[in-house]
Design a protein around this ligand. Structure first.
Ligand SMILES: Cc1cc2nc3c(=O)[nH]c(=O)nc-3n(C[C@H](O)[C@H](O)[C@H](O)COP(=O)(O)O)c2cc1C
Length: 211
């Protein structure tokens, strides 16, 4: 694993994006009351960057924190053809999908999609972009009347920098300020990440200050 991990480090350090944070205009979503929240996420288990073999993905960890804070419903975005367990194999496939602007097929869909008002959706940064399957998810749904809120994990505390284009893919959506955090920290020090998640959600007006 040690050898594989250092190989993984090389790949990602070349691919790490500049620290770009999206600041979409709308930041206050008002009172949570009566709003139905979905927390959709894509996250890989297996061998990953700087964390070795994991049974719960980094983005999944953050998705759970958001669901706990907001009472939202968790939904895992799964590919019909699962990604390899190996890190290196996954980076190769992801790179090819990005080059081809692929839209990998989804396994399953959100039950009762129309009933949600707010859709959080999470993803790891892959090759300075979103995993192509996230574009599949955005383009396959009607977001009219919904607010979308991105969150992601990566090698840094950043979003991808691509988030500004999301409303083009998620037709009809209004986007609120997203959140990016280092995946390794979410995996290994969740107690440090939880307050950051709370602070972000509080800034959006979705949760109250801790007493
Ligand atoms: C295919 C692939 C490509 C990646 N590309 C990047 C990248 O460009 N920039 C970066 O900071 N991290 C990159 N990473 C690291 C992941 O973003 C990071 O490990 C993330 O927390 C994984 O989340 P997950 O466990 O939810 O899948 C990449 C990881 C993989 C597997």
């Amino acid at each position: 694993m040690g050898k594989n991990r250092s190989t993984a480090n090389d790949t990602v350090s070349q691919a790490t994006p500049r620290a770009v944070q999206q600041q979409p205009a709308r930041t206050d979503l008002g009172n949570l009351k009566g709003k139905k929240i979905l927390v959709a996420y894509f996250s890989r288990t297996g061998e990953n960057y700087q964390v070795g073999m994991i049974e719960k993905g980094n983005t999944h960890m953050v998705a759970e924190m958001i669901a706990q804070e907001t009472g939202g419903t968790l939904f895992e975005i799964r590919p019909a053809d699962p990604y390899p367990v190996g890190y290196r194999d996954t980076t190769r496939r992801a790179q090819q999908e990005k080059q081809e602007k692929a839209r990998p097929k989804l396994a399953g869909d959100v039950p009762d999609w129309d009933s949600y008002d707010i859709v959080f959706w999470g993803y790891p940064i892959w090759w300075n972009d979103l995993p192509m399957i996230i574009y599949t998810f955005l383009e396959n749904h009607d977001f009219t009347g919904k607010t979308i809120i991105p969150f992601c994990t990566s090698a840094g505390d950043v979003l991808t920098g691509q988030e500004g284009s999301f409303p083009q893919h998620a037709k009809g959506a209004v986007m609120a300020k997203g959140f990016g955090v280092e995946g390794k920290r979410a995996q290994q020090q969740p107690e440090m990440v939880r307050p950051l998640v709370h602070q972000w959600l509080q800034g959006l007006g979705l949760v109250s200050a801790r007493k």
